[in-house]
Write a protein that binds this ligand. Structure first.
Ligand SMILES: Cc1ncc(COP(=O)(O)O)c(C=O)c1O
Length: 406
């Protein structure tokens, strides 16, 4: 049976030819090209976005220990905060963007708060107000753009340091299987971060480099709807799962790959992916617009308002009335995988409960009710039609008679 995947890395056969030409300057070439793409002077590669966040906190953050961040993000983000010796100060989200308002974090600045980590969740940009430049105490601003490719904010205050981090994990907009880039406009910050890398990262061992080609082959072939059904069946087996799951929900720790530099193969792959970045974003936008238009009047779900500037790494939908799990199970039987990318509020993960000082009702609702509809660039019109038809038909069959007659 075919299974339409919730996401799909977009690799082409020509990338296998490209990575065969990898050399000792491929990673540097990717850094230079990425900086140009972002219209910024410095781009520094990292093995994971979480490592870039940790490095920024360890090298650039003021002494004040607290880091303001969203309670609705990947668990590895607060892990980076804790591993850098800082203290997370969580903020709830708004469901019309899945983002935490920057103003709310900005207004909470006090003697203990040294960093604001703002996240462009699901590709929707948080607006950073120009008033942040009026600040008169040291502040580090980290833009978590793991799920977007927005250009970085450029600070204008001598008190403000700013970096933007991007992820190239296999399920992100660009994929180097795993990988990340940090972008900044500040030469001193770039120097300090490059020194951090020299002290903390090492080249990938040759045995691991050799495994890269089969991993790319897996990403190219296993996410195709025909192969995906079988692959997914075995995915939870530890031997496969270790290649696709790098998060630890028990406590702050990172996988071994967090100690590696980006490898030349990844540099070449990054260059190839960057060459089609605009096309990939346009396609995600295209599917998002179609989903939005097709589903906006559907009962039983809640969409976020249309976000024209979003890169739509995901198309999130809230499934109301406690129906999420049943819907996912039934659609999966009909050959459609609905993701639940973030099915938790960080503040409800045991390790972070001691940091839960207020209510996080919107993050918890998102964790309970969110699904993301398949919106990968190479999806076809007929698959799109079948997803929308199956979703609408399920919601209609499972709605109350009152809702149906409304
Ligand atoms: C919002 C956000 N930030 C950071 C990360 C971490 O990225 P990486 O896996 O490259 O460390 C993720 C991972 O999914 C994410 O969703």
């Amino acid at each position: 049976m075919n299974l339409i995947p919730k996401n799909h890395p977009e690799h082409s056969w020509s990338e296998f030819v490209a990575i065969a030409k990898a050399s000792s300057h491929s990673v540097k070439d990717f850094e230079v090209a990425f900086a140009k793409f972002m219209n910024a002077p410095y781009a520094i590669s990292f093995p994971h976005c979480r490592v870039a966040i940790r490095a920024a906190l360890e090298t650039l953050a003021p002494k004040a220990p607290d880091v303001a961040l969203t309670s609705y993000s990947c668990i590895v983000v607060p892990h980076a905060v804790v591993l850098a010796g800082k203290t997370p100060r969580f903020f709830d989200i708004d469901l019309d963007s899945f983002n935490t308002s920057f103003e709310r974090m900005h207004h909470s600045i006090d003697d203990k708060l040294g960093t604001i980590l703002t996240t462009h969740m699901y590709g929707t940009a948080v607006t950073i107000p120009k008033s942040i430049n009026d600040i008169r105490r040291p502040l580090l601003l980290i833009e978590d753009s793991a799920l977007a490719l927005h250009r970085p904010f450029q600070p204008k205050s001598p008190y403000l340091k700013s970096v933007t981090v991007y992820s190239f994990d296999f399920n992100k907009i660009l994929s180097t299987i795993y990988g990340s880039m940090l972008v900044t406009h500040d030469p001193e910050s770039a120097k300090a971060l490059n020194e951090w890398k020299l002290n903390n990262l090492r080249p990938v061992p040759i045995a691991e480099q050799i495994k890269f080609i089969p991993k790319l082959l897996a990403c190219k072939t296993l996410f195709d709807p025909t192969a995906y059904s079988a692959f997914n069946h075995f995915r939870e087996l530890p031997i496969l799962n270790q290649h696709f799951e790098s998060r630890n929900f028990k406590g702050p720790s990172f996988p071994i790959t967090a100690t590696y530099e980006l490898m030349p193969f990844q540099g070449m792959l990054g260059l190839s992916q960057l060459a089609i970045a605009h096309e990939l974003i346009d396609r995600r936008h295209y599917w998002a617009r179609k989903y939005h238009d097709s589903l906006s009047d559907t009962a039983g779900i809640q969409l976020m308002p249309w976000q024209a500037q979003s890169h739509y790494s995901h198309f999130p939908v809230l499934i109301l009335n406690g129906h999420r799990d049943a819907l996912r199970a039934d659609l999966r039987r009909s050959g459609i995988e609905l993701g639940q990318t973030l099915d938790y509020a960080v503040t409800d993960i045991d390790y972070y409960r001691p940091f839960k000082f207020s209510g996080f009702s919107q993050s918890e609702k998102a964790g309970r009710e969110m699904v993301n509809l398949p919106n990968y660039p190479s999806m076809t019109e007929s698959r799109f039609e079948s997803i929308v038809a199956s979703l609408k038909s399920w919601l209609w069959k499972n709605s109350s008679p009152n809702a149906r007659s409304a």
